[in-house]
Design a protein around this ligand. Structure first.
Ligand code: MG
Length: 236
C-alpha cells in the first residue's frame, strides 16, 4: 500500500532545461546589446552560454563571468566599467527570463492536489543546493504541498546514494516500501530509489532517456498519469 510520494525536482516537476536554454538566449542577446561581441549571432551565443552552463555545472554562480572571459571578443578593448555593464545586463536579463519561464510541467499542481486529497504524504528529493531548491519550489508555487524536502545540503550526498531517499522516507514517517519515488533520471532517481527499497516511477517526459531496461515499476508520459498508476497498484 503506497502512503507517500517523493518527487525529484528538476525535469520532473519543473522543465528546468527549457528554462535554462531560453533564459540563456535572452541573456546572450542582452549582453550583445550592452556591447559584448561573441563573433556569432545572438541565438548561437545563447546556445553556447547554455552549453557553457552544462559544462560548468548547472548551478554555477560565476558561469556568466567565465563565459564572458572566454567568448567576449570586445573585453580587451573595453574598460572595466563596460565589462561590468555587460555582465550586469546578462545576469539581469537571465533572472527576468527565468522568473517568467520557471513554471511547473502541465498537470503538476492538479496532480499534487489530487494526491493530497487521497491522503498521501508528499516530499521532494533533489540534488539541488538547499536555497536554490527552495527558491524553485517557491517560484513554482508548490512548496506548501510537501511534508519533507531533502536537498543536497540536507543529506550531503547525491542520488543515487540511498541516504537522501531514506531521509525523506523517514521524514514522512513511513517505510521505504510504502513510498514511490518519481524522477526523470534513471540512474539517479529510479535505480537509486529502488536500491533503497522504494517503489519507482520513471518520469520519461523529463527527457533523460536511457537505453535498455530501466527497472522502474511504472513509466509516466506525463505527471497526470501518476494518479492512475497508484490506483492500479492499489487494486493489483
Ligand atoms: Mg531531475
Amino acid at each position: 500500500m503506497i502512503k507517500g510520494v517523493l518527487f525529484d525536482l528538476d525535469n520532473t516537476l519543473v522543465d528546468f532545461m527549457r528554462m535554462k536554454r531560453l533564459a540563456s538566449e535572452e541573456a546572450a542577446r542582452a549582453m550583445m546589446g550592452a556591447g559584448a561581441d561573441f563573433g556569432v549571432d545572438a541565438s548561437t551565443a545563447g546556445k553556447r552560454l547554455f552549453e557553457h552552463y552544462l559544462d560548468h555545472g548547472i548551478e554555477s554562480d560565476d558561469a556568466f563571468l567565465s563565459f564572458l572571459g572566454k567568448y567576449n571578443q570586445s573585453r580587451l578593448s573595453a574598460g572595466i566599467a563596460k565589462q561590468e555593464a555587460i555582465l550586469a545586463a546578462g545576469i539581469q536579463s537571465y533572472l527576468r527570463a527565468k522568473d517568467v519561464l520557471l513554471t511547473p510541467y502541465p498537470g503538476v499542481r492538479r496532480t499534487l492536489v489530487e494526491l493530497t486529497r487521497r491522503g498521501l504524504k508528499l516530499g521532494v528529493v533533489t540534488d539541488a543546493p538547499r536555497l536554490k531548491g527552495w527558491q524553485r519550489l517557491q517560484a513554482l508555487g508548490i512548496a506548501e504541498f510537501f511534508d519533507v524536502v531533502i536537498t543536497f545540503h540536507d543529506s550531503n550526498v547525491k542520488k543515487p546514494d540511498g541516504r537522501p531517499f531514506l531521509m525523506a522516507v523517514e521524514g514522512l514517517g513511513l517505510r521505504p516500501f510504502e513510498v514511490v519515488m518519481v524522477g526523470d533520471w534513471v540512474e539517479k532517481d529510479v535505480q537509486g530509489a529502488r536500491d533503497a527499497g522504494l517503489k519507482t516511477a520513471w518520469a520519461q517526459y523529463g527527457g533523460r532517456a536511457s537505453g535498455g531496461d530501466h527497472g522502474a515499476d511504472a513509466t509516466l508520459q506525463s505527471i497526470a498519469e501518476l494518479g492512475g498508476v497508484l490506483e492500479q497498484w492499489k487494486s493489483a
